[in-house]
Design a binder for this molecule. Structure first.
Ligand code: NAD
Ligand code: LMR
Length: 315
């Protein structure tokens, strides 16, 4: 666990906004799976944040979780070439279930960031476990899809010769294959794409994880880029907890924006977790995007049901 104790009058620049840290703030972040490919650089990156200035935490899981505000879960096995994220279900479902049980017992009010794949199923598993323990708060459970946004922003900036820091592409749906849907028509700043560019970019963003898995040829999946993305999502959560009223991220959360119980969209983060789902992103979609939303629903629904079924069978 990393403990934050911010210094008085410190000012933090996020690239988008500046705000004053609360001098009384003191937060703890636990990374479960901290020895792994994602966990190691993630722990270092989170520790670099001006909101995190101390390190505490005994090795016991229960003790490590006590008093924690944000729990990040990158524990579990990664893919090898030829595998889908769903092929990780049999191993990672149990890992996530066990860890979330410990979270429920020791820090039920924490924000929970689930990175372990298949995210489309591990988040519903986490929700069921928290329900079984009587501590489920849908506003505080997040599937981390920040890497999809980081990739979308990067590929669009490269293609259109824009400064990366200026680009923001919402990515909705889920975190596997066609369930990853970048809304390129909603890119900020407004950018014109040809139909070919939209298709090429969409497929590249959807397959970026697989591209890394193939390039690593059996040595795992994306690690450093995921650590960067997870650190960004932790930082955003800490800023929201700290009272910043202007924090928006994409995440896979309990939702009612698309007739499915869980769906990734832009959300507004506040002190209590999800403050608002930005459903307006799903309005005024292009025909290509509308078709893609309809096409992803069956796969996402079945991944959600698989997670719920697993957790209910185990209870
Ligand atoms: P890794 O094998 O390098 O590290 C996983 C770590 O989890 C290891 O240190 C292992 O000891 C630990 N672990 C396993 N079981 C555990 C348990 N029961 N309790 C605590 N720790 C446990 O793998 P990695 O590359 O860091 O990837 C981890 C997970 O993240 C994979 O499932 C991968 O698919 C997923 N991932 C998700 C995204 C995303 O965008 N959401 C991106 C990249 C990777
Ligand atoms: C990613 O998108 O990089 C992760 O989900 C890991 C993977 O298996 O692709």
């Amino acid at each position: 666990a990393l403990q934050n104790s911010s210094s008085p009058r410190s000012v933090k620049s996020t690239g988008r906004t500046q705000y004053h840290l609360n001098p009384q703030a003191s937060y703890k972040v636990a990374i479960l799976g901290a020895a792994g490919g994602i966990g190691q650089p993630l722990a270092l990156l989170v520790k670099m944040s001006p909101l995190v200035s101390d390190f505490t935490g005994p090795s016991e899981l229960a003790d490590c979780l006590k008093g924690v505000n944000v729990v990040v879960i990158p524990a579990g096995v990664p893919r090898k070439p030829g595998m889908t994220r769903d092929d990780l279900f049999n191993i990672n479902a149990s890992i996530v279930k066990t860890l979330v049980e410990a979270v429920a017992d020791n820090c039920p009010e924490a924000f929970i960031h689930v990175i372990s794949n298949p995210v489309n199923s591990t988040v519903p598993i986490a929700a069921e476990v928290l329900k079984q323990k009587g501590v489920y708060d849908p506003k505080k459970l997040f599937g981390v899809t920040t890497l999809d946004v980081v990739r979308a922003n990067t590929f669009v900036a490269q293609k259109k010769n824009l400064r990366l820091i200026d680009v923001d592409v919402p990515v909705i749906g889920g975190h596997a294959g066609i369930t990853i849907l970048p809304l390129l028509s909603k890119t900020k700043p407004s950018v014109c794409f040809t139909d070919e560019e939209i298709h090429e970019l969409t497929v590249r963003i959807q397959n970026a994880g697989t591209e890394v898995v193939e390039a690593k040829a059996g040595a795992g999946s994306a690690t450093l880029s995921m650590a960067y993305a997870a650190a960004r999502f932790v930082e955003s959560s800490l800023r929201a907890l700290d009272g910043d009223g202007d924090v928006y991220e994409c995440a896979y959360v309990q939702s009612d924006v698309a007739d499915l119980p869980f769906f990734a969209s832009r959300i507004k983060l506040g002190k209590k977790g999800v403050e608002a789902l930005i459903s307006s992103d799903l309005q005024g979609l292009t025909e290509y995007e509308q078709k893609a939303v309809e096409a992803l629903k069956a796969e996402l629904k079945s991944s959600i049901e698989k997670g719920v079924g697993f957790a209910q069978k185990q209870s």
